[in-house]
Write a protein that binds this ligand. Structure first.
Ligand SMILES: [Zn+2]
Length: 385
């Protein structure tokens, strides 16, 4: 049951001030992934806000991280209640340690909102609420909506992943309120998959002056392995392998007994997961006196641009067109929880959140002018799918 996006934007636009105030409230409650107490406190504030909109709350235990918040909204019309819900997906943890707010407080200028977590993705949560409220006022929610806000997205979504996947399987489509891409605010219709590997070499320590030949250098061995690992990169396939951290050795006059590397892997195609896994497991020590251990694997599968995703984007593009702007799409190397839902073949549109720049940095900010129309687009998409 489509709703005219122009009608939605007329409702939303006058509420920009309220949306700014709500974003401020959320940003001023710091919520680093590893600070469970603070994250849970913010969770309770979000619960109250979603309850006020008429949502039914359900908490999912987050273990050492904050608890994950599920909010279910029923369709207003009896006839629409059997349709699958639209899932709105987001997170309320941030990458910023407690105290960051003192150095970079929330700040609103004429055209931007600054502050830790504004763009990624507290403003996106405010957009969800504003979209649901606007729809409720245009004759009621046209269909059921399930909101899932997790607390561990910035640290790999380990405990929220099963919840995300379970709710996504029940949904018609998933909209992820992660920031849009770039200053033009493109939606993300493809994301690379992300893997992490850990390679550890154990050699044999020896005095570099007295017993050099008795030693087996783990550092030399690791250096050789890194050369091989770097060779796994295949830019044309969209496959990159980055040895981002290496450690090893104790003193210059000791042949190193241990060395290790942490490696980030990105893949564009699901079939490359097996390829890269085989390559890592196939690594063998060059120096037989050294032992090689490989751990790790794929964390987030790639979000591939399927026909369903393309169709969903076409719909979004059409609605944006009705609002007078040309919506773009983009592929990104970064992963999000949208990778999990897309991998289940549930049509997923990512980057439906705020437009801005500087996520995960001290100049993180949101563009105010984009907020009303992006929120109207979100609301119209909930109605249109
Ligand atoms: Zn995020």
């Amino acid at each position: 049951m489509p709703v005219d996006p122009r009608r939605l934007i007329r409702i939303i636009e006058p509420r920009l001030g309220e949306m700014v105030a709500a974003t401020r409230e959320l940003v001023e409650m710091e919520s680093p992934s590893f600070s469970k107490a603070e994250v849970d406190r913010l969770g309770r504030v979000l619960q109250a806000k979603f309850e006020a909109l008429g949502g039914a709350i359900r908490w999912h235990p987050g273990g050492r991280f904050g608890n994950h918040l599920e909010v279910d909204f029923k369709a207003s019309l009896e006839t629409r209640r059997r349709a699958k819900p639209i899932m709105l997906l987001g997170h309320f943890d941030t990458v910023y340690d407690l105290g960051t707010l003192r150095k970079t407080p929330f700040r609103a200028t004429k055209d931007r909102l600054f502050g830790p977590g504004t763009l990624d993705m507290k403003c996106g949560i405010v957009m969800m609420m504003a979209a649901i409220r606007a729809l409720a006022e245009t004759g009621g929610l046209p269909r059921a909506v399930t909101v899932l806000l997790n607390t561990d997205e910035e640290v790999g979504s380990e405990s929220s992943r099963p919840v995300t996947e379970k709710l996504a399987r029940q949904a018609e489509a998933v909209f992820v309120l992660e920031p849009a891409q770039g200053a033009q605010g493109a939606l993300k219709t493809a994301r690379k998959g992300v893997g992490n590997y850990h390679v550890k070499v154990t050699g044999r320590a020896a005095h570099s002056g007295v017993d050099f030949d008795k030693g087996r250098s783990a550092i030399v061995e690791l250096a050789r392995q890194i050369e091989r690992i770097a060779g796994f990169t295949d830019i044309k396939r969209g496959l990159t392998v980055n040895a981002g951290v290496i450690r090893g050795g104790t003193r210059t006059n000791v042949v190193a007994a241990e060395a290790e590397a942490d490696i980030d892997v990105r893949i564009a195609k699901m079939k490359d997961a097996r390829l890269i896994e085989k390559k890592f497991r196939g690594l063998r020590a060059v120096d037989r006196g050294c032992k090689l251990e490989v751990r790790g694997g794929l964390n987030r599968p790639p979000m591939e641009r399927t026909r369903d995703i393309a169709a969903l984007f076409a719909k979004a593009r059409q609605i944006a067109g009705e609002l007078g702007w040309e919506l773009k799409e983009a592929a990104t190397g970064g992963g999000s929880d949208g990778n999990f839902t897309a991998a289940l073949s549930v049509p997923t549109l990512d980057g439906m959140g705020a437009v801005g720049e500087g996520a995960h940095s001290e100049h993180e900010s949101v563009l105010l002018a984009e907020l009303p129309r992006r929120t109207a687009l979100l609301a119209a998409m909930i109605a249109a799918v």
